[in-house]
Design a protein around this ligand. Sequence first.
Ligand code: MSP
Length: 494
Amino acid sequence: MPRKFYITTPIYYINYEPSVGSAYTTIIADVFARFHRMRGDDVFFLTGLDENSVKTTQAAHEKGFSEIGEYADIMAGKWLDAWKLLGISNDDFIRTSSERHAKNVLDVFGRVYQKGDIYKGKYKGLYCEGCEAFLTENDLENGNCPMHKKPPKQITEENYFFKLSKYQDDILEYIEEHQEFITPESRRHEAINFVKSGLKDISVSRPNLEWGIKLPIDEKQRFWVWFDALINYLSPPEKYWPADVHLIGKDIARFHCVIWPAMLMSAEMEIPKKVFAHGFFTVNGHKMSKSLGNAIDPVYLAGKYSVDALRYYLVRGIPFGDDGDFNEDELKERLNTELVSNIGNYIHRTLILMKKLSGSKVPEPKGLGGHEDEMLALLKEIKEKTEIHFEKMRIRDAQEDMLRLAHEFNKYMSDSEPWKEKDEKKVANTLYVCMRGVSALCIMMEPFIPKSSEKLREMLGINEKNFTWENFEKELVAPGTEITDIVPLFKKVE
Ligand code: MSP
């Protein structure tokens, strides 16, 4: 039975268009999904849009739409187009304005309500519309929401509440007993401290909202957007629950590590296996955001440097879990050195040499030994290491394995100097081993830079059926195969 692997991204607000920030999370989730699919796992990769926010209402009105749904459809089209362009291989795309989502929200609410965990009350306090969150004085920095650098609104309104406080001990116990539930460690400690500081009940509905899912027990109220949004994760067929990984940015860790598990406990449903909260891409040290006007457009970058160069850089650019500054020069530099001069050069060199020295045909190996065996053993070693890196979600290390593969095989080729070699047997063996490196690299490239991997796979004539992780260290391109169509995979930019 294949192992199931269900991974999610946050669902994004639609008052803005995809930025390098949301592309970062989505591309990383895509890399994991693609790797697990190659490994033969039963993968479900979910992403989507968080549409029932006051931000949607405001943006629609600002842009002159009288029908909020019409605005939402247009924005959804933009997000879908961007993900398609960036090669995102999601299995489903959930929009919270859809019927099927509303059905799940009502179902979970029904369970929580039956449990006696909902009551009516009054909320008097702060609300940040940027975060869509109820804040306390303790959350503020100089009177501002630390995330949005603006003072939150003071509101007094009638809300329905969820008894979050009732789950305080259970949540704490859960987090402490399940080491692997929250990664990295720093976020785990944050969550523990937050729970220990005392959980207050939270609002699950608000009055006077124009848009959103109506509360079934009081038609004047609509669901608070976070109670609604978290339930999106229940969209796939039931067999995929609980999620294996909720990939999120650190800004929304509290919702995922505390509120969501409490909702699930109340509804008597299983808790997700892992929440991974990654760091943020900043621009010259500042948060990237629409309101600060410094958001970077991934579609523009993909057009300028290629989709794969952008995907490659985003994974490589910041240590997974930490923050890092977005830098276009670095993107260019890595494209030129790591993709063009390392990976691209190795592949191109091998194919061109084969054309010159063996009439474009993969030679038959003749008694491999010594150095050749070492290189084949290296493939095995890299395969095993990469599996561990993916398992432990060390995505940058896995990406480095790919670079190492290209680098070591390139070096082997240079050391072997087949262009000077008179012994035909040795030439054949070197070329054969180099081709084994190329086909392994082609598999390794798939999760990170899928477009280039596909181009190479077609050049090599590898059947899609054989293109599995298992075959990484096997002979994928048989001796005798002719490769005549040699096209460069990456283009250097000045
Ligand atoms: N709608 C909520 C999430 C609901 S999930 C049930 C939301 N949406 S958002 O559009 O603001 O997206 C936030 C997420 O986008 C972050 O958690 C992160 O995954 C990603 N990023 C947005 N900007 C980012 C950076 N500058 N850097 C890295 N990731 C960032 O919050």
